[in-house]
Design a protein around this ligand. Structure first.
Ligand SMILES: [Zn+2]
Length: 347
């Protein structure tokens, strides 16, 4: 039994199509009235989009039904699936809490409601029958105003029991006009001791070297090795890890062929930059973490040893993994208690 760490998964994109379909059938059948049967819906939901913007639009469909009342329903199924089918020991779940609050409220009322969302997500993730260490990353959003994004950073600081870090999401081509704001927000977060990641260098329109020093991990970051490999030595020096989500780049039209990722992995390994392999939106893609691993092996993008190095890196760069070792050592102690004694007598 191998246990994995998932560092980059969106709450909105984590609902698998079958669970979403069942939810719509029971509660909002008007939203699926245009689909004759489930397979049509699944095709629509999981098919590749032409651009990152088009792809992100799909998130709003799920966000609209993920409310304070329904979040426990979706999170229960998410954690159950992650435990049973993905062997996850560790999961960081990310989302923008503001987008889970009722739209008809004023901005300040919505900001006030965010803390409740974080608490509901945190409590719903703790399931004794599916024991996974979970934590939340709160995403600032490129389309939200400064006040809301600052409130998200403040909320992260006030909710350390549930939240391990902040992120920025919503399409990396939209950061440019407000670059000073993003730097100020990240600087502020770091001053509060909050850990940081950010969707950056995902697409060719999202390359902002000035933001890199503020991040502890880089959400995607694939354009660094592809377009600006001269930056890799600084990324390595800063100990930053790339969160690479292979299926995403095909679904968003960022890459045409998954084999283009070989260059990403080769250059990162060569420069000593760690990579954690992640799913991004396992539900939306209908691709779970073990299949991301398997695909990379199947296409000869990485070797088995490199895969294991990436799996190790995921635990090393996890913001809230509470142990110094990855689960293999813990399991050895638990499942083979005599193993260590045998080793000890050999010394
Ligand atoms: Zn993402």
């Amino acid at each position: 039994m191998a246990l994995y760490a998932e560092l980059h998964r969106h709450l909105g994109g984590s609902v698998v199509p079958r669970v979403l379909w069942r939810y719509f059938e029971r509660h909002s059948s008007e939203l699926i009235s245009g689909f004759a049967e489930y397979s049509d819906f699944e095709d629509f939901y999981t098919r590749p989009r032409n651009t990152l913007d088009e792809y992100l639009e799909l998130h709003t469909l799920v966000e609209s039904v993920q409310t304070v009342e329904t979040l426990p329903y979706f999170i229960y199924r998410l954690v159950r699936g992650a435990y049973i089918f993905e062997n996850l020991a560790y999961l960081e779940l990310r989302y923008t809490p503001y987008l889970r609050t009722p739209e008809h409220l004023s901005q300040s009322e919505r900001i006030d409601k965010m803390a409740e969302i974080v608490k509901v997500v945190g409590q719903a993730s703790q399931l004794s029958e599916y024991p996974i260490v979970t934590s939340q990353i709160l995403c600032m959003h490129s389309r939200l105003p400064y006040e809301v994004n600052k409130a998200i950073v403040d909320l992260a600081a006030q909710s350390r029991e549930y939240v391990c870090a902040i992120d920025v999401a919503g399409g990396d081509s939209y950061y440019a006009d407000r670059m000073e704001e993003w730097i100020r927000l990240y600087d502020y977060a770091r001053s509060l001791g909050i850990k940081t990641t950010g969707h950056l260098y995902e697409t060719t329109a999202g390359c902002y070297p000035q933001l890199l020093p503020y991040l502890m991990r880089i959400g995607h970051g694939i354009q660094i090795p592809l377009l600006s490999s001269e930056l890799l030595k600084d990324v390595a020096r800063r100990g930053q890890c790339l969160e690479v989500c292979p299926t995403t780049y095909l679904k968003t039209g960022t890459l045409e062929d998954i084999r283009q990722l070989k260059l990403v992995f080769d250059r990162c390994f060569e420069a000593g930059v760690d990579i954690a392999i992640c799913t991004d939106n396992a539900g939306l893609h209908n691709v779970r973490l073990p299949f991301e691993y398997e695909n990379l092996l199947t296409y000869d993008i990485i070797s088995f040893e490199q895969l294991q190095a990436c799996q190790d890196a995921a635990f090393r760069h996890a913001f809230a993994w509470p142990y110094s070792q990855r689960p293999v050592s813990l399991l050895n102690r638990l499942l083979k208690p005599d193993h260590e004694k045998v080793l000890a007598t050999k010394d």
